[in-house]
Design a protein around this ligand. Structure first.
Ligand code: PEP
Ligand code: MG
Length: 590
């Protein structure tokens, strides 16, 4: 790497959604949707305009199908299936009828009518607070951009022909899923966008294609990019424009270290997850979409320890359908055989809003109608999901887990719905696993305090540290202003976790951890020291976690947990854990 610009570097901070370092000449991609020039037409031209739209729709359909075929043969069927949704959007009759009406009544060129209709849809979707639905605006923008370019008579272009430098990093306001899928990976080494979230299809693809990516930068100073050198740090969510020679040296060292770590980690793909003294910990993966199953298998995860079903569930109304759900869950069960999958029932609420809550918001959504509360209040809908899960259990190892449990009564009520669902399937003669295991997520302090009672009702616990931290310390997990108070190693959080694991073991059930803290390598000694049975982590963290565990001795970690009993501040806990981890695997921490 060489720095050819004497300018002061500019550092931007966002969210790293795909790990890795990329460095290259910046390529700026415009917005997918550009407003066409306002053009009036004569009444006699309306039919010709309608015909132009039909041709553009056919051309767009052909391009999407081609792209879909190319992705299916290059990569995975799952990525290709994203374009099924694009094809549906293309044919949406509500949109098309409105476009024709505007063209006919306002006598404007068909592209102007098309633009005004889709722009209105996109703007209203962007205002929705639900991150998943907000992301759907990107899909509509993608399809509409193609239609408009075809109306102009130009091919939509993202990919090899636009990237002349050897190594290119893409900077954009946003990238659509099809932009991401069609990037020329021999040249494009990373990307960064002003908007986006970790739940977008774009972020998912970046992770599974191993392209370092940072999103949510809010504002990229596109005007300062004349020198064109940009570094993307997908580990820390940082983008550096015109990095200084010192920064480059620092990152060169990081890249070299990472190369060494990754090649060393390869050997951990086929190893069992064992501590240095031979204690077994089950290491499974968290997924939100079935697209992620390839990476899970590649790293040899022991199944899926947390399948968050709400993104799949929220994606389309029609998915509130038992057969569709059963098929989706069956796909995961079969792909994770023989280990299986833990399917978490719907955890809508908080920052993932149930449709009804969008028009009638609650004052404190994270303390409101969320998770199991909502499912129990919508028992008919809850049982559709339970029957879907049960049906899938006939085809592989499936466990079910209830989120946001705060009392013994709630787990009992959830189990009652499970029993009714089983009976409904028996009556209908549908096969399922009669012995299906049931778990409770422990993520609310009240559940920790009655954990002995809850443990007697279930087969396992899974600790949701993301919420347990939030509710133990009264710190909103999505509020930037109090982010420094969100402390995974607060002694009170450690006590909550300790209590939960001990209650599980006292009652002869196993206990896992599926929150983000499960993959925090400075906390691995805590999990080993407490005798946690399972860790479920993002697939990118699987091999590092497996290696970290292999370098820890149970006896030493148990002693560390004894020392931590007297720690009164997070700084003390963090300091001791960090020191411990640094002694065991300095190469994995930076
Ligand atoms: C958690 O709370 O730690 C968890 C795994 O669930 P979610 O992040 O989906 O709330
Ligand atoms: Mg949670």
């Amino acid at each position: 790497m060489t720095a050819n610009a004497p300018k002061a570097e500019i550092r931007l901070e966002g969210i790293g959604v795909s790990p890795g370092i990329a460095w290259g000449t910046a390529e700026i991609l415009g917005k997918a949707l550009e407003e066409p020039e306002q053009t009036s037409i004569l009444r006699s031209e309306v039919d010709a305009e309608k015909a132009r739209l039909s041709l553009a729709l056919v051309a767009t359909r052909d391009q999407i199908v081609d792209l879909q075929r190319q992705i299916a043969s290059d990569e995975s069927e799952d990525h290709a299936s994203i374009f099924d949704a694009h094809l549906l959007l293309l044919e949406d009759s509500a949109v098309l009828n409105e476009v024709l009406r505007i063209c006919e009544t306002e006598l404007v060129a068909i592209e102007c009518a098309y633009y005004s209709v889709v722009k209105r849809y996109i703007d209203s979707l962007r205002k929705i607070s639900d991150p998943y639905l907000r992301e759907r605006a990107v899909d509509i923008e993608d399809v509409a951009g193609r239609v408009l370019k075809n109306l102009e008579g130009t091919e939509p272009s993202v990919g090899s022909e636009t990237h002349e430098a050897d190594t290119t990093v893409i900077l954009a306001h946003d990238l659509t899923p099809s932009d991401t899928a069609s990037l020329d990976r021999s040249k494009v080494k990373g990307f960064a966008t002003e908007v986006g979230s970790a739940t977008s299809h774009t972020a998912i693809m970046a992770r599974s294609l191993s392209i370092p990516a940072v999103v949510a930068l809010h504002q990229i100073p596109f005007e300062s990019l004349s020198a064109g050198n940009v570094l993307i740090d997908g580990y820390n969510g940082v983008v550096i424009i015109d990095p200084s020679p010192d920064t480059l040296v620092e990152y060169e060292a990081l890249v070299e270290r990472e190369k060494g770590i990754l090649s060393d980690l390869e050997s951990f793909k086929d190893k069992p997850t064992l501590t240095s003294d031979g204690n077994k910990i089950t290491l499974s993966a968290n997924i939100e979409f079935i697209d992620e199953l390839g990476a899970v298998a590649e790293k040899n995860a022991e199944g899926v320890g947390l399948y968050r079903t709400e993104f799949f569930y929220l994606s389309e109304e029609t998915l509130r359908n038992e057969a569709n759900q059963a098929e989706n869950y069956r796909t995961v069960a079969e792909a994770t055989s023989p280990h299986g999958v833990i399917i978490r029932t719907l955890d809508i609420g908080g920052d993932k809003l149930y449709p009804e809550l969008r028009s009638n918001p609650e004052p404190n959504p994270f303390l409101g109608w969320r998770g199991i509360r909502l499912s129990l209040d919508r028992a008919d809908e809850f049982r559709i999901q339970l029957r879907g899960i049960l049906r899938a259990s006939a085809h592989g190892k499936v466990r079910v887990m209830f989120p946001f449990i705060c009392s013994l009564e709630e787990i009992q009520a959830a189990k009652e719905q499970m029993e009714i669902s089983k009976q409904e399937l028996r009556d209908a003669g549908v096969a399922f696993d009669e012995e299906i295991e049931i778990g409770a997520m422990i993520e609310i302090p009240s559940a920790v305090l009655v954990a002995d009672h809850i443990a007697k009702e279930v087969d396992f616990f899974s600790i949701g540290t993301n919420d347990l931290i939030q509710y133990t310390t009264a710190v909103d997990r999505i509020n930037d202003r109090v982010a420094d108070l969100y402390q995974p190693m607060h002694p009170a959080v450690i006590s909550m976790i300790r209590e939960t694991v001990e209650a599980a073991h006292r009652n002869n059930i196993w206990c896992g951890v599926c929150g983000e803290a499960a993959s925090d390598l400075t906390m691995t000694p805590v999990w080993v020291g407490l005798g946690v049975d399972e860790l479920s982590v993002g697939s990118a963290q699987l091999l590092k976690t497996r290696k970290a565990i292999s370098l820890l001795s149970t006896e030493e970690c148990t002693a560390l947990m004894e020392t931590l009993r007297t720690a009164g501040t997070e700084d003390t806990v963090k300091g001791l854990c960090r020191e411990f981890a640094e002694t065991a695997y300095p190469e994995l921490l930076y």
